[in-house]
Write a protein of this length. Structure first.
Length: 478
């Protein structure tokens, strides 16, 4: 397989910097997801690796070999596109075989095969005339026309069944390769039999063996996506590159294909880079996640690390559904203890965060807490709020609670809204008052100047972009 390394990769489109000093090492057999909003540079990064975009600065290496100037076809990597990119006039078999045939071309072989097929059908006509002469039969002109028309009709019918057509082609190929011992046909036969075996194995792996002689338009979206994956798998590449391959599928099929893709990649054990804007796909599929924004890699880590220890406010808000709640306020000290004061409520800061926030007294910060880390009406809940909206979704209920903002004009828009995620169907009612508690060990604080997360032990987190540049001796403020 392959180890892939991006080193100081930058991509400019004129004056616009689409990717900025991107550094990443992808280990052999690792599944890495590039995730971020539209326009963050994730697809551009993938296309540079594939050779479909030039690199403005930096180097990309595969197994230690720099590939900046290597032709895309010689990089031995396979890309699965968002739009499937199947040839509509080819059968599924021909789509799967196309990549191998294109890489292992045999000069003039296709032309010779077509000539042989013409000879084959010509031989049928010759046998007909020879048989008639042998028996001394007179051949009226209209009989010839009927025979030729019937032969042409038969050929047309055979070509309407791609599997039969391929069998006739292979029959001719074996005759000229094995009986006549013609070298070019022998080479062609070996290649075609190898392709047949690979197509059979790949189609069985993906469960599309019964669809091989259909055209893409005859398949469902999920089946077409399997064909696109199969075309990548059959080449046995060093790495897979996948550019939002599930985005064209409906919600139910996307979930099914996501599970199939996860099982498939674990079985194949091939280095994979997967681009998506769907953070659920990234969390479920990736061994590691790279969160990009505006061309910059904000954080690189396991799904759990990125979810539980976000580097900054952008990562915290982007990863997780529903997104993290943010409340702006100020750190104050009362009776030797730090308190977070917002427009809507005051919150006693947990003991373990007292050290980290001591340098932020009288400064503005942002408190972050995820919807599933908020409890309602527990014995130790102290914050007062009101139920604003209930959104039951079956397995869970999203509860929108409103904190009245102090000194407001009593407008419905003058409330601080926070989302709470509760299991099952809640018994709460709209406009009902509730007591609220934040789980103390699950809260985060973010510096308002940099948006970076404040560490409980003190100091700020650094983005992946800044940390990599500092490794190279460049001290850049995050």
């Amino acid at each position: 397989m392959a180890k892939i390394e991006f080193k100081n990769i930058t991509k400019n489109f004129g004056s616009f910097e689409a990717v900025k000093n991107f550094n990443l090492e992808v280990n052999d057999e690792e599944f890495v997801c590039l995730v971020g909003p539209s326009g963050c540079g994730k697809t551009t990064t993938l296309r540079m690796l594939a050779g479909l975009e030039t690199i403005s600065e930096g180097t990309i290496s595969i197994d230690g070999e720099v590939i900046n100037e290597v032709s895309p076809k010689d990089r031995n990597i396979a890309m699965v596109f968002q739009s499937y990119a199947l040839y509509p006039h080819y059968t599924i078999y021909e789509n799967l075989a196309f990549g191998i045939r294109n890489r292992e071309k045999i000069p003039f072989a296709k032309l010779l095969i077509n000539l042989v097929l013409l000879l084959f059908y010509g031989a049928i006509i010759g046998l007909y005339y020879g048989f008639c002469q042998l028996l001394g039969l007179a051949i009226p002109e209209y009989t010839n026309l009927i025979f030729v028309a019937g032969l042409l009709g038969g050929i047309f019918m055979l070509y309407s069944f791609p599997e039969t057509r391929d069998d006739i082609r292979m029959l001719n190929l074996r005759f000229w390769a094995m009986t006549m011992k013609i070298r070019i046909f022998q080479q062609y036969l070996v290649r075609e039999e190898n392709i047949r075996q690979k197509v059979k194995e790949t189609s069985e792996l993906l469960g599309i063996e019964s669809q091989l002689w259909k055209k893409p338009k005859q398949l469902s979206g999920g089946q077409r996506q399997r064909v696109a994956l199969g075309r990548a798998i059959i080449r046995n590449p060093k790495a897979f590159l996948m550019d939002e391959p599930l985005s064209n599928l409906d919600a139910k099929l996307r979930v099914q294909m996501r599970a199939e893709l996860e099982r498939l990649t674990k079985k194949l054990r091939v280095t994979t880079l997967y681009v998506t804007h769907d953070q659920i796909e990234a969390m479920t599929l990736g061994n590691r996640i790279v969160v990009l924004n505006e061309g910059i890699a904000n954080q690189v880590g396991t799904p759990e690390e990125v979810y539980r220890q976000p580097i900054n406010r952008f990562v915290a808000g982007f990863i997780g559904s529903p997104p993290m709640n943010f409340v702006e306020g100020t750190i104050k000290q009362e009776n030797g203890r730090l308190i977070f004061i917002s427009e809507a409520f005051s919150y006693k800061i947990p003991e373990y965060y007292q050290v980290g926030l001591k340098d932020f007294i009288d400064k503005n910060v942002t408190l972050g807490v995820r919807p599933e880390h908020i409890l309602l009406n527990t014995p130790d809940a102290t914050l007062d709020a009101t139920i604003g909206v209930l959104e039951p979704i079956g397995s869970d209920t999203y509860v929108y609670i409103d904190f009245p903002i102090k000194n407001s004009r009593n407008s419905i828009f003058d409330n601080l809204e926070i989302i709470v995620k509760q299991e099952g169907i809640t018994k709460l009612k709209v406009d009902e008052p509730v007591k609220v508690k934040f789980m103390d060990d699950q809260i985060h604080f973010f510096d308002n100047d940099t948006d970076n997360r404040i560490l409980p032990s003190g100091g700020l987190c650094k983005t992946h972009y800044v940390a990599e540049l500092e490794k190279q001796g460049l001290n850049i403020e995050s």
